[in-house]
Structure formats: structure tokens, C-alpha cells
Design a protein around this ligand. Structure first.
Ligand code: NAD
Length: 341
């Protein structure tokens, strides 16, 4: 019997998690919930997802728009084996008592504090830490991006230290309200929280980070410097990433020279919403000098965490013991290509 998954919050992340769950044969979407009757409700109902809302007042708003909902949040929780909270930053923490009352295990997103949960999660780096847990957080898009490329280096080569600068997109593409529109905004509290956040998953990784926000909506870009414990060439590092799930090498020499080109490549791949679930690393931007490795990577913030949510469900509900098998299954369902053997 497929496990029954409820998704609370149907925005950028929630709608993608719903589709990713629906693409797996060992789980199904038993409901999605949202407060406001936006156009997305109609598309979700069109996909056959039972739609719930939060309060009676919300239900009345839905009704005024001609939208009948299946019930309120507690009704949805009753139906579910597990809930994925995809509500905005800090709303997940407010929802926690509701989930506890319903006795349902819950996955939170990276906008919530690590202290809220029993474990933070990245499928390749610490799948087993979520095993059988009741409250787990899939780390943010930036932290997921850092874990994807750093973990194989840490595991196979050893890392002395990491310094990464995150060039962050200002907002997601559909957000018409926030900026900056014509400025570059440095995060003044340095080093930034991204380093400690990576350590919630790769606990003893020595990493420091800084960040700036720039007026773009497409992707984040990371400039990363790693001191390795072994002597290797750039070719060896590239070969390691080619064998790593959810990392995609791209080439400046093939005219992939910017995040706009990476997103155009994603459109060419013809995936739903033009998502790029993998982290894009520039092959011709990888360099090793002594034991220092330098590289750039681009993170599609709207989608990289989505497959991680699917694996997190499998780990928490003890459906699959082996992280690589879970990752491969998730990726097959979602149309993400397998890495080289
Ligand atoms: P979003 O604003 O796009 O979507 C949030 C959804 O939750 C909306 O549908 C909203 O109507 C709904 N909502 C608001 N209050 C609610 C409530 N009380 N109960 C139920 N639904 C409610 O947000 P998002 O970008 O999808 O972010 C969700 C979480 O994922 C946050 O923790 C965020 O930090 C994290 N995250 C976001 C991104 C990103 O780039 N967008 C990337 C990784 C992680």
C-alpha cells in the first residue's frame, strides 16, 4: 500500500513536492492545503489532489470563488501517514502543535530553525539520521546545494576547510513585491548562517560562508574554495561529481556561461516547470591549485530541495534503508538522469 502524504502549504515548494510524491509508486498525495483561493488551487484540483484549507473563514473565501474544499487541515491530517509542511518561513513552527495533536510525523522546510526538529536532512549526506524520526527538516536550497557537491569530497577525499560565497537571487520569479531591483545587498552578519546550517547535516565540516543578494530571480550562484586532504586533479574531482546523483556538469565552452543559460538548458530538458533539480557545476570553472579546489555552482532554488523531501519521507517512515536506492527511485520517478557508474 502506498503511504499517504499530506502537503500543507501549496506555493513554490509545496506544489512541486506534491507532483514529486505523485510520481512515486510507494506514496500518494491524499491532500494539499492552502489558505488563499489562488489560481493554483484550480490547477491542483485539475490534477486530482483533494484540496483542503485552514480555517472556516478560508473555506468561505474558497466558496465565494466557486471552489469546494474537501475539508480543513485537521481533516487532512487524519487521512495522512505523514505531512510535509511547505508553509512560509516560521509558519511551520506555528503549525507544530497541530501536527503533534494529530500525532503525525512531519517534514519541515529550510525556513524553519534546526532547533524545531530532531534532525536536519540531506539524502546523500545523512539519510539514516531521519530514520523513524517524527520531525525532520529538509535544509534550505542553498544548504542543499552546498551539501550535494561538498559531501562526496568530504567522504572520498577529506576536507580541511571550506569557504563559500553565495550570490543569492533576490526573490522567486513570481514574486512581484520584493527587491532589490537595482542594488547588491551584502549580508552584514558574517560569517553567514549557511555554514552552521551545512553542519546540521555534515556535522564536523569546517565551513565558513558569506552572502550577497542580487537583482535576479532565476538561481543562486555559489563561488566555493575547498582545502582538500588529498592531492587530486580537477579531472579527478569532476569524475567524482559525474558519479554523484543530482549534480550536473555544465560547460562554458558549450555556451552555458551564466545562470540564464543554465535555466535555458533546463527549459530544453522539457521538464515540468523547467525545473533543474540537480546542482549545476561549471566543468571549465573547476580548478585545483596545490590542495585548494575552486569551483562555481548554480542552484535552482525553487526545485533542488524537492527530491530530498521524497527521500526524507522514505527515511522517516522506514520504507527504504539504503540512501542510494531511495535517491535512484525518487529520481527515476521524477525524470532526473542517473549519474555515471
Ligand atoms: P510560498 O510563499 O511560495 O508558499 C507558501 C504557501 O503556504 C502558499 O501557498 C501560502 O498560501 C501557504 N500558506 C501561508 N500560510 C499558511 C498557513 N498558515 N497554513 C497553510 N498554508 C499557508 O513559500 P515557499 O517559497 O514555497 O517556501 C516554503 C518553505 O520552503 C519555507 O520554509 C522556505 O524557506 C522553504 N524554501 C523555499 C525555497 C524557495 O526558493 N522558494 C527554497 C527552499 C526552501
Amino acid at each position: 500500500m502506498p503511504v499517504k502524504v499530506a502537503i500543507n502549504g501549496y506555493g513554490t515548494i509545496g506544489k512541486r513536492v506534491a507532483d514529486a510524491v505523485a510520481a512515486q509508486d510507494d506514496m500518494r498525495v491524499i491532500g494539499v492545503a492552502k489558505r488563499r483561493p489562488t489560481y493554483e488551487v484550480r490547477t491542483a484540483i485539475g490534477k486530482g489532489y483533494p484540496f483542503y484549507t485552514i480555517t472556516e473563514e478560508n473555506r468561505a473565501d474558497f466558496k465565494r470563488r466557486g471552489l469546494e474544499v474537501a475539508g480543513l487541515l485537521p481533516d487532512m491530517l487524519k487521512e495522512a501517514d505523514i505531512v510535509v509542511d511547505c508553509t512560509p518561513e516560521d509558519v511551520g513552527a506555528e503549525n507544530k502543535p497541530l501536527y503533534e495533536k494529530a500525532g503525525r510525523p512531519v517534514i519541515y522546510q529550510g525556513g524553519e530553525e534546526a532547533e524545531l526538529v530532531e534532525a536536519s536532512f540531506n539524502a546523500a549526506a545523512n539519510y539514516k539520521e531521519a530514520w523513524g524520526k517524527r520531525a525532520v527538516r529538509v535544509v534550505s536550497c542553498n544548504t542543499t546545494g552546498l551539501c550535494r557537491t561538498l559531501f562526496p569530497l568530504y567522504r572520498d577525499l577529506g576536507i580541511e576547510d571550506v569557504f563559500a560565497v553565495m550570490v543569492r537571487r533576490a526573490v522567486d520569479p513570481q514574486d512581484a513585491k520584493k527587491g532589490p531591483v537595482n542594488a547588491i545587498t551584502p549580508a552584514l552578519k558574517v560569517p553567514t548562517h549557511h555554514g552552521p546550517d551545512v553542519k546540521t547535516v555534515i556535522h564536523d565540516l569546517p565551513i565558513q560562508t558569506m552572502a550577497v543578494v542580487v537583482p535576479t530571480t532565476l538561481m543562486h550562484l555559489h563561488a566555493i574554495q575547498v582545502t582538500l586532504k588529498k592531492d587530486v586533479s580537477a579531472k579527478d574531482v569532476i569524475a567524482l561529481w559525474e558519479r554523484t546523483p543530482r549534480v550536473r556538469l555544465v560547460d562554458g565552452g558549450e555556451e552555458v556561461k551564466s545562470t540564464s543559460h543554465v535555466m535555458e538548458l533546463a527549459r530544453e530538458l522539457g521538464r515540468s516547470r523547467s525545473d533543474l533539480f540537480e546542482i549545476a557545476v561549471w566543468r571549465d570553472g573547476v580548478s585545483v591549485v596545490g590542495r585548494k579546489l575552486y569551483y562555481y555552482q548554480a542552484v535552482h532554488q525553487e526545485s533542488d530541495v524537492v527530491p530530498e523531501n521524497v527521500d526524507c519521507i522514505r527515511s522517516m517512515l522506514e520504507l527504504e534503508t539504503d540512501p542510494l536506492r531511495s535517491i535512484a527511485k525518487t529520481d527515476r520517478g521524477m525524470g532526473i538522469p542517473a549519474p555515471r557508474k
